[in-house]
Design a protein around this ligand. Structure first.
Ligand code: RNT
Ligand code: ZN
Length: 412
């Protein structure tokens, strides 16, 4: 079906496809740099990701240098309709110097800032509290040793300053997301002491006043990780309370909850107590496996909640997955486009009709309409969106993804 027929099919339900296309074009997705190199980064000192996160696979073409990563990103952005952001981790610094984590500065990221500005890409940032000798115990900000805590507090402070300078340079707030791997493999005896240390360290990291127009901090919880099966210090309850009391953003990573929990359901619940939310859209399979996101029910529900609860204006959508068994650039493109497709579908729902049915306790209409809508021509509207933004779809997209992958597969 062509776009014009799709447009009138939606108009029959009082859904304006043009308004949906316009709205979708204003939603930036923060694409995560770490899908491009299996969470390795560009420090001269470290290697494996650690901290209970793990990229598996050895597909050819992994970016080994900042230049290679930027080339891959440029290709990926060219395949994704709209203007988006880049989520950078501190371990992706681009410099000839080898500063330790407690020595990094804005200048070590200058090439990224220049590149982002040249391409109109907003940057977000993350301190890196893993893949480092001082994180080998899976304890960082909550470590019993004050010297280790201070090292990581200094890292966190520096990252905030770097993020603030990025935000000032780009004219939009840089979201600085804090995730630490801290936890215990076996049942601890004093969870309270560890949580009190984490809280005190976070407070110390976040004391310096910063301009919200330049940087906003987020805290990311987790249920468990490899090696920290018994207790994660920064659990959901810990960070939800922290974010509400201290006024930070709360980051909800879709892979960081019990597999049967519905993360979409949490949005409206936490949004009543928080100004802003950060999402790490991911796909857990049995555990926090970070598979490439699909146009699956979980993602569709997430997008539907963002639209129906009118949360798009105060939710920052970041992605967090990494798969090294497939083309890494294709993974970015497929995952990011799926997030956009989910948002488009949500924007094309007859929300007013559905909400009034629900308010009138008319659950039959709610069910009939949502089921009928599954057969609506969303694909034709998506293709129109892709075309208007100069990006290919279907077989043309697959040809582009294949040929770029072929061009990088000779990398050692
Ligand atoms: C780890 C968290 C965290 C990381 C990135 C690399 O479980 O999800 O967000 O994936 O910081
Ligand atoms: Zn995450």
């Amino acid at each position: 079906m062509g776009y014009q027929s799709a447009k009138s099919a939606f108009a029959d339900w009082n859904v304006d496809t043009e308004a949906a296309l316009d709205r979708l074009a204003t939603v930036p997705i923060s694409m995560h740099c770490w899908q491009g190199d299996d969470v390795v980064g560009f420090e001269t000192r470290s290697g494996a990701s650690g901290g209970g996160i793990q990229a598996t696979g050895n597909h050819p073409g992994r970016a080994r240098t900042p230049d290679e990563l930027r080339a891959d990103l440029e290709f990926a952005y060219a395949m994704i309709p709209g203007q988006h952001r880049l989520n950078l981790h501190a371990m992706y610094l681009d410099t000839d110097a080898s500063p330790d984590r407690d020595e990094i500065a804005f200048s070590h990221f200058a090439p990224w800032v220049d590149w982002a500005q040249a391409h109109g890409i907003g940057l977000d940032f993350n301190p890196t509290f893993f893949a480092h000798a001082k994180a080998d115990d899976n304890l960082t900000l909550s470590h019993p040793d004050k010297g280790i805590r201070d090292f990581w507090i200094e890292h966190g402070r520096r990252c905030r300053d770097i993020a603030a300078q990025m935000g000032a340079a780009q004219g939009s707030a840089c979201i600085n997301n804090i995730w630490v791997p801290d936890g215990y493999k076996d049942t601890p005896i004093d969870r309270m002491a560890a949580r009190a240390r984490l809280e005190a360290s976070l407070d110390a990291m976040l004391t310096k006043p910063q301009d919200k127009a330049h940087v906003r901090d987020a805290v990311e919880s987790k249920l468990f990780g490899i090696g920290v099966e018994a207790c994660t210090i920064g659990s959901h309850e810990f960070y939800m309370g922290y974010a509400i009391r201290k006024g930070t953003l709360l980051c909800l990573d879709m892979g960081h909850f019990h597999p049967t929990e519905n993360i979409a359901d949490k949005l409206s619940a936490v949004a009543l107590s928080l100004d802003e939310i950060l999402l790490h859209v991911s796909r857990p399979m049995r555990w926090d496996s970070d598979h490439v996101i699909l146009l699956s029910d979980d993602i569709l529900q997430m997008a539907q909640e963002l639209v129906s609860a009118d949360l798009l204006g105060r939710t920052h959508i970041g992605l967090d997955f990494f798969d090294a068994t497939i083309s890494r650039t294709a993974a970015w493109v497929i995952g990011t486009r799926n997030m956009q497709k989910a948002l488009l579908r949500a924007l094309l729902m007859p929300m007013d009709m559905l909400k009034s049915a629900e308010t009138a306790l008319d659950y039959t209409t709610r069910l009939m309409v949502t089921e009928e809508f599954k057969d609506m021509p969303f694909g034709a509207v998506w293709d129109e969106f892709a075309e208007r933004h100069g990006t290919p779809s279907g077989r043309a997209l697959i040809r582009e993804l294949d040929s770029y992958q072929a061009s990088v597969s000779g990398r050692g």
